[in-house]
Design a protein around this ligand. Structure first.
Ligand code: CP
Length: 338
């Protein structure tokens, strides 16, 4: 396995094929160990993982903390409402404080896009050895979710041994609010890296035409794309037509505040046009995998019948796969050349 080249993980825009493969290979090994009855291993004994969640989370926060515990790391949890943030301490000073306590990795979620770059820059400037792992920053990026989503798809499509090549030329339909979704942005980098062709489907207010050029936007300080040839992005306004040709579907959460921002005329009309139902799914002759990063709004972007009864609804698999993927990320950061 390569020496992990990233001290911090902010985005998948700068991931090479080798980086993805390192993550999936390790996640697969952790998965195999768990399936053989070994849930906990001493790989990160004596290290400290600190979770700094300035925004709500059920899946990401708890699975990062569980991943760290399964690797035998010490886990420190920050609670914003009872912290010195309430006395005016800044986010950057909070991060520096935890680094000074000896955090090896700070797992950070915050509502501001690109905040993890700022924190990492400040830590590097004071020669801190602490790594920063983005657990969701504003609208920008949610790399661990992007990785667990494509790991889930790769596991679904792989016949014997795990091979990301199975995504090549697959048509992956992403439905909903792409423009306000950090998950979708991470999915776009990850899926396109393995040659998947992505169809974005939703109204113009949630999927503006400019998103077709998304893959031309590099990360801050990034000079070139490490992926030589990426899959394509197309935009469709017809869910029915898109479902007919899809090999897999990722449904995004609709945030109700988009109505207040005049981006949706009503939640009911959105559901009618773009909500995924069993009837609409029957337009596809195969039983294709359905993913949703959660939390779900039942009856809005996805029907309960699809969530509870459709055989290839993989939402719970995504949650389960999040643990070995996050174990892999924590492990690789610890073993990186800091
Ligand atoms: N998918 C996801 O980020 O969920 P949480 O907000 O619950 O972490």
């Amino acid at each position: 396995m390569q020496i992990w080249p990233h001290k911090h993980i902010h985005t998948l825009a700068n991931f090479s094929i080798q980086d993805y493969e390192s993550v999936f290979e390790l996640a697969n090994r952790f998965d195999a160990l768990k399936n053989a009855g070994t849930k906990k291993i001493p790989a990160l004994q004596g290290t400290l993982v600190t979770s700094l969640f300035f925004e709500a989370s059920t899946r990401t926060k708890n699975s990062f903390e569980l991943a760290a515990k399964r690797l035998s790391a010490d886990v420190q949890t920050f609670a914003p409402s009872s912290s010195s943030l309430t006395k005016g301490e800044t986010i950057i000073d909070t991060a520096i404080t935890y680094s000074a306590m000896g955090a090896d990795t700070l797992v950070i979620r915050h509502s501001s896009s690109y905040i993890t770059f700022e924190i990492a820059k400040k830590l590097d400037a004071i020669n801190s050895k602490t790594s920063v792992l983005n657990a969701g920053d504003g609208l920008h990026s949610h790399p661990s979710q992007g990785l667990l989503d494509i790991y889930t798809l790769i596991k679904f499509f792989s016949r014997k041994s795990l091979s990301p090549k199975v995504l090549n030329s697959k048509k992956i339909l992403i439905i909903g609010d792409v423009n306000h979704s950090r998950v979708a942005r991470s999915n776009l980098w990850a899926l396109s890296a393995f040659g998947a062709d992505i169809i974005l489907c939703g109204p113009k207010t949630l999927i503006p035409d400019e998103l077709i050029n998304f893959l031309k936007t590099p990360a801050p300080n990034q000079t070139e794309d490490p992926i030589k040839s990426r899959g394509s992005i197309t935009i469709s306004r017809s869910l029915e037509e898109s479902i007919k040709i899809a090999d897999a579907i990722i449904v995004l959460r609709i945030q109700k505040e988009r109505m207040m921002e005049n981006l949706l005329s009503s939640i009911d009309s959105y559901s009618l046009d773009y909500g995924l139902t069993a009837e609409k799914l029957s337009l596809n002759s195969k039983e294709i995998p359905i993913l949703h990063p959660g939390p779900i709004n039942r009856g809005i972007e996805i029907s309960s019948k699809v969530v509870d009864e459709y055989p290839n609804c993989l939402i719970n698999n995504q949650v389960a796969n999040g643990i070995p993927i996050r174990m892999a990320l924590l492990y690789l950061l610890q073993k990186s050349n800091k």
